[in-house]
Design a protein around this ligand. Structure first.
Ligand code: MTE
Ligand code: MO
Length: 323
């Protein structure tokens, strides 16, 4: 199947992933996406046709059941952004979650999504396959808060506090077999709640994968919260992956299935466009995306630009995996 075929009413791929240029007009925020051919500009907000939402509207749209006793979790002081933290609102109103929309204003489309109750399975090449609901998660794992940088392959970046636990703690419980070389993750398939899943122009359900060594790395988090609260819907409620040394698309949202396997799994973006989105997808500023440079990044909220850093600055943790 050729996933390059776009429905005519979709934003063209070049508008979604082309480097974003921002015109700073606080009263009328407008993202201008530059087309690859000769700089013809189109405003994303005018295509979506929406007014700017209030913070209350954004919070209401992404709202999930509260689990107050677990939040905020104890901060793990070992992690620092080295940059200012991203404004909570800036992160909540600019998301990637293609199940709901190819625009960034995902919060406008998540109302039908009901992430509670929630269950996910962990199985495949392991001796003790398990099933978890979110109660099990909260009772089994000690949550902590970590300040992580996030770098999207599209060159936007953010610094956000995730609440979660290390994936290694979960994998140890299922007792991986020696033959398990990869971990495969899958998002839900709910076309009644996620409007874009009705169309088969993308390889639903969204899938991602890590090598078993990457999955066991102490940086790799299963996140259940952000900014000291349970994940709002648009950030991937109720549980998602966070791998801060890789491009953001590896951080699969709203996970329902984790499978240990001996083969490199097919993944969403690698299936859509294998030349542009690699399985490994480590942040590597000197390896340009075929359509743009990866040498710099810009921060959500402030539009400040920084040089991008190999492994997003987490080389002390993960450099050894690739040497
Ligand atoms: N299921 C699913 N997970 C996903 C995506 C998606 O479209 N669907 N987008 C990815 C991309 S490209 C990025 S950059 C991050 C964005 O996370 P955020 O929107 O919470 O900032 O989620 C990733 N996880
Ligand atoms: Mo991304």
């Amino acid at each position: 199947m050729n996933y390059f075929v776009r429905r005519p009413w979709d934003l063209p791929q070049s508008l979604i992933t082309e480097e974003t240029v921002y015109r700073d007009k606080p009263s009328r925020r407008e993202f201008v996406k530059t087309l690859g051919l000769g700089g013809i500009g189109l405003s994303l907000s005018s295509l979506v046709g929406c007014q700017q939402a209030t913070l209350e509207e954004i919070d209401q749209a992404g709202k999930v059941e509260a689990v107050p006793s677990y939040y905020p979790a104890k901060v793990n002081e070992a992690f620092e952004y080295g940059r200012p933290e991203t404004d909570r609102r800036a992160a909540a109103e600019f998301c990637n979650f293609y199940e709901f929309s190819t625009s960034k204003e995902v919060f406008r489309y998540v109302e039908p999504f009901n992430p509670s109750p929630w269950e996910f399975t962990v199985d495949g090449l392991c001796n003790n396959p398990m099933k978890f609901d979110m109660d099990d998660v909260y009772k089994t794992f000690a949550l902590e808060e970590r300040a992580y940088r996030h770098r999207c392959v599209e060159t936007w970046a953010m610094c956000v506090p995730w609440t979660g636990f290390v994936l290694a703690d979960l994998l140890k419980l299922v007792e991986p077999m020696a033959t398990a070389k990869y971990v495969h993750f899958e998002t839900f398939m709910r076309p009644k709640e996620a409007s874009q899943q009705v169309y088969d122009d993308f390889p639903w359900p969204y899938g991602e994968g890590l090598t078993i060594e990457e999955a066991m790395n102490p940086l790799t988090l299963m996140a259940t919260g952000i900014y000291g609260q349970p994940l709002p819907k648009q950030h991937g409620a109720p549980i998602r992956l966070v791998t801060p040394w890789k491009y953001g698309f590896k951080g699969i949202k709203s996970i329902v299935k984790i499978t240990l396997t001996d083969k490199q799994p097919a993944t969403f973006w690698n299936t859509v466009n294998p030349l542009e989105y690699k399985f490994e997808a480590n942040v590597e500023p000197l390896v340009p995306h075929p359509r743009w440079s990866q040498e710099t990044e810009w921060m959500l909220g402030t539009y400040e630009r920084y040089p991008s850093v190999i492994y997003n600055g987490y080389g002390d943790y993960v450099g050894g995996l690739y040497s």
